[in-house]
Design a binder for this molecule. Structure first.
Ligand code: UD1
Ligand code: CA
Length: 467
């Protein structure tokens, strides 16, 4: 797939991002803080941090709330600095907590930790409207603006102020243009404005939105950008909204896969929780989940109800229904499943067949090898053209330690055989059905390890005794 070239935005003014994440999210009814709720497998706040990072800012500051230690802990590896807002006194107060660490000559871009789908391209557009003497403000036009701050413009269309729903006059309430909460302002002026915020409003809060009127008063242009895609600025407050944004995100991801040429049988039934790269003529059937980093070659087909996680699937390989593929590199022209399970870390060469109810873990399988039915292949090095018979189990675990098994090329293991590891099976060896082998199995020979079949000639079935 040809990735759109990311333009290295030549930015005259350095950027600091401030992400507000101090909200508790009571309506989530969850022990997990709101900004850690997963959307497509990633915390809401992580989406915002990732998008912020794509802008290559000098720094990202996350304002977290009282009791937000879990947020810091979960995202401790993120390249962000943390600012505690001990008391939730409003959005203006929240931004203030980060400002001491933002240099005066920076543009401060304010984002919300619970607005996950904001895009890099929208933010790039907004940043182009901000500078040392101008502020960019992201707005949206809604049919039902209830609840949002309203953008008040003058007769010439210049933004004058933002009024919150609860403080708005009847006339102002009729305005359809709303504040998204996202703004880009020169740090030096923003600091000054924030210092003179008052909380004499209906909610007793320090509103970030009040800086807009201050900018207008200081003759600093407020340049509005009306968002074309409202989904980007929707916040998440409860599980219903979370599911709505999950759907919106799914739509975006499947759309871009389809634009890239992937056939998706039903885009509403494919979830991508990570990154997918793919070749041409890939087909993905219904109820598939792709997680982490997934790489699909040309003409790969994935059947219904499969989960593929952190794996690579080679050209012309077909994965049939109901497979779980985790941490595995599957070669070209393989046939997988139905009902197969791969655990990390396994590698299959080309032309391998893995059939139903086969589990493969931490193993390698050479070219053209097969395990078609009901087997466990664990901690094994399997050569080429090996046939693992139905019901073969590699007993890799002695109850304390895991041991490795080496199976050379052209080996056939009989049905229901058990290979007790550590064990080496020589090239071309055949293990008879029902054998339990624990010693070395020599190359090129038939090894049988089971009781010889006998028939008791004089045996008679017992008969029921009369009382
Ligand atoms: C805010 C805006 C409103 C806008 C709306 C868009 C203000 C005063 N109002 O309203 O104009 O239309 O967002 O959704 O800015 N937060 C903190 N600390 C606080 C308060 C809030 O971190 O003390 C965070 C929240 O967690 C949230 C964000 O800031 O991520 C917005 O807060 P929220 O209470 O949702 O703002 P609204 O009242 O909806
Ligand atoms: Ca809100």
């Amino acid at each position: 797939m040809v990735k759109k070239q990311l333009e290295a935005a030549p930015r005259a003014v350095p950027l600091s991002v401030v992400i507000l994440a101090a909200g508790q999210g009571k309506r989530m009814k969850s022990a997990l803080p709101k900004v850690l709720q997963p959307l497509a497998g990633r915390a809401l706040l992580k989406h915002v941090i990732d998008t912020a990072r794509s802008l290559e800012p000098a720094a990202i500051h996350v304002v977290y709330g009282h009791g937000g230690d879990q947020v810091r802990e979960v995202l401790k590896d993120e390249p962000v600095s943390w600012a505690l807002q001990a008391e939730r006194l409003g959005t203006g107060h929240a931004v203030m907590q980060a400002m001491p660490n933002v240099p005066d000559d920076h543009i401060a871009l304010v984002l919300y930790g619970d607005v996950p789908l904001i895009s890099r391209s929208t933010l790039t557009e907004l940043l182009a409207l901000a500078g040392p003497k101008q502020t960019g403000l992201l707005t949206m036009v809604l049919q039902n603006p209830s609840g949002y701050g309203r953008i008040v413009r003058n007769a010439r269309g210049r933004v004058q102020k933002i009024v919150e729903q609860k403080d708005a006059s009847k006339k102002e309430l009729k305005l359809g243009e709303c504040n998204t909460g996202v703004m880009a302002a020169p740090a030096r002026l923003l600091k000054k404005w924030l210092k003179s915020l008052k909380n004499n409003n209906s909610q007793g809060e320090y509103y970030l939105t009040d800086v807009i009127a201050m900018a207008a008063k200081d003759k600093i242009a407020v340049n509005p950008l009306v968002t074309a895609n409202v989904v980007e600025v929707l916040g998440v407050n409860d599980k219903t909204q979370l599911a709505e944004l999950e759907t919106a995100f799914r739509r975006q991801v499947t759309h871009s896969l389809m634009v890239g040429g992937v056939t998706i049988v039903d885009p509403a039934r494919l979830d991508v929780r990570g990154t997918v790269t793919h070749g041409t003529d890939v087909l993905i059937d219904v109820n598939v989940v792709l997680e982490g980093n997934v790489k699909l070659g040309d003409r790969v087909r994935i059947g219904p109800n499969c989960i593929v996680r952190n794996s690579e699937i080679g050209d012309d390989t077909e994965v049939f229904a109901n497979c779980v593929v985790d941490g595995t590199v599957i070669g070209t022209s393989c046939s997988i499943g139905p009902f197969a399970r791969f655990r990390p870390t396994s590698t299959l060469a080309s032309g391998v067949h893995i059939g139903n109810f086969v589990e493969v873990k931490n193993s390698k399988m050479g070219e053209g090898s097969k395990a078609n039915h009901l087997s466990y292949v664990g901690d094994a090095e399997v050569g080429s053209r090996v046939n693992i018979g139905a019901g073969t189990i590699i007993a890799n675990y002695d109850g304390v330690n895991k041991h490795r098994t080496n199976i050379a090329d052209d080996v056939h293991t009989g049905s229901n055989s058990v290979l007790v590891a550590p064990i080496t099976v020589g090239a071309g060896a055949t293990i008879a059905a029902g054998s339990t082998v624990a010693g070395e199995v020599p190359a090129g020979k038939l090894t049988i390890a089971r009781a010889r079949q006998t028939t008791i000639e004089a045996w008679q079935r017992p008969v029921k005794q009369k009382k």
